[in-house]
Design a protein around this ligand. Structure first.
Ligand SMILES: *Cc1c(COP(=O)(O)O)cnc(C)c1O
Length: 353
């Protein structure tokens, strides 16, 4: 820390992204990216914009939002586009939390929520998941504050039904609920239709996982037009050109190619179920995942040992050192070939124990 750094950030602990190794030598199953390239339509639309990069992008992302409105069955003014959904989540912490309205989220969830609360100087409360990592929405109905729920949750992969979210929305119409649907396309149920009925709901979605665009940085907030307008006020006060031309065009392209996304998701789901079965045969217990990753452990090997041994053999998975997570590893679901390399590696590690 330099002597110029504001003391208000003295205790700030930044988010730790998963490793992004420089060499392509790893089978990379640590950051929940898609193993598939972006849709050919996304590439085609994106390429056309390269020669127009001398011009600022449309700050409203008009074409992209209109396309998204058609795909998601909402109006364009019920959508805000962000530089990844992380940016929208950050705006939501800024907009809907303050010292009287703490952020409320699970003790085990997306690690960035805590960082957003800290960097924005808002208090937060963590609600413990159940012994079995289940999330009980009634725990949240009892608290005061803006609720953030990842559904499916990370790193557990477990999902709750839309009905449970609806009950929470209804329990207090003056409470904002932010549902982070980063992984919804892999077997979860989306709350987007509820935005027509509830003005206290913001749904965040990302193009980084099911739509193969993690490197392009694109995400949406979807909600009632008044809350979207609040978020737009913050966006125009931070970075009106937050979504670049190439990315907006790619987003438009991939949303014109929903079959491609659906096919890829079906393949990931198939590979996930296959991997769960094979791991089970080796004695692993895996939480019920509706996401493009698994959270798994075995009595036969410690979480950290498996992570280290797999890395030595060129397979990167994600291990969290904290509390209840230590015995587990989070394994992103890749192509069938990648999963076979992973499974073979685990088998070898167990045999060498
Ligand atoms: C990956 C992820 C995001 C953010 O993704 P962006 O790349 O910023 O769009 C948000 N929430 C959860 C739970 C995620 O796993």
């Amino acid at each position: 820390m330099s002597r110029f750094f504001s003391p208000k950030f003295e205790t700030l602990t930044p988010y730790t992204p998963g490793e992004q190794p420089k060499s392509g030598a790893f089978v990379k199953l640590n950051t929940n990216e898609s193993p598939f390239p972006p849709s050919p339509k996304a590439l085609e639309e994106g390429r056309k914009e390269l020669e127009r990069l001398n011009l600022y992008p449309d700050p409203e992302c008009t074409a992209l939002k209109q396309k998204a409105a058609d795909v998601f069955g909402v109006n364009a003014d019920e959508i805000i586009a962000g530089n990844g959904s992380d940016e929208i989540l950050n705006f939501a912490f800024m907009a809907f939390c303050d010292k009287n309205t703490p952020a409320v989220f699970a003790d085990i969830t997306y690690g960035f929520y805590k960082v957003f609360a800290e960097v924005n100087g808002v208090p937060y409360r963590e609600i413990p998941l159940g012994e079995d990592f289940s999330l009980d929405p009634s725990d949240y109905a009892k608290t005061k504050g803006t609720v953030f729920i990842a559904n499916p949750n990370a790193p557990t992969g477990m999902a709750i039904p839309v009905q449970a979210i609806e009950d929470l929305l209804k329990s207090d119409p003056d409470r904002m609920v932010v549902v982070d649907e980063a992984y919804v396309d892999f077997g979860g149920e989306s709350c987007i239709p509820l935005i027509k009925k509830y003005d206290n709901l913001l749904v965040c979605m990302t193009f980084s996982k099911s739509r193969s665009m993690a490197g392009a940085r694109l995400g949406f907030g979807i909600g009632n037009r008044d809350i979207i307008r609040d978020l737009q006020t913050l966006r125009y006060s931070n970075n009106p050109y937050n979504v670049n031309r190439v990315t907006a065009a790619m987003g438009y392209g991939v949303l014109s190619d929903e079959d491609y996304t659906k096919r890829n998701c079906d393949e990931i789901i198939g590979n996930r179920e296959y991997t769960v079965r094979e791991l089970k045969r080796m004695g692993f217990q895996t939480l019920d995942s509706k996401a493009n990753f698994l959270f798994t452990k075995s009595e036969r090997i410690g979480g950290e040992t498996l992570y280290e041994e797999a890395k030595k053999r060129g397979v990167l998975i994600r291990h969290f050192r904290t509390g209840r997570l230590r015995e587990y590893n989070r394994v992103s679901i890749g192509s069938r070939e990648q999963m076979d390399v992973f499974l073979k590696t685990v088998r070898e590690i167990l045999e060498g124990q």
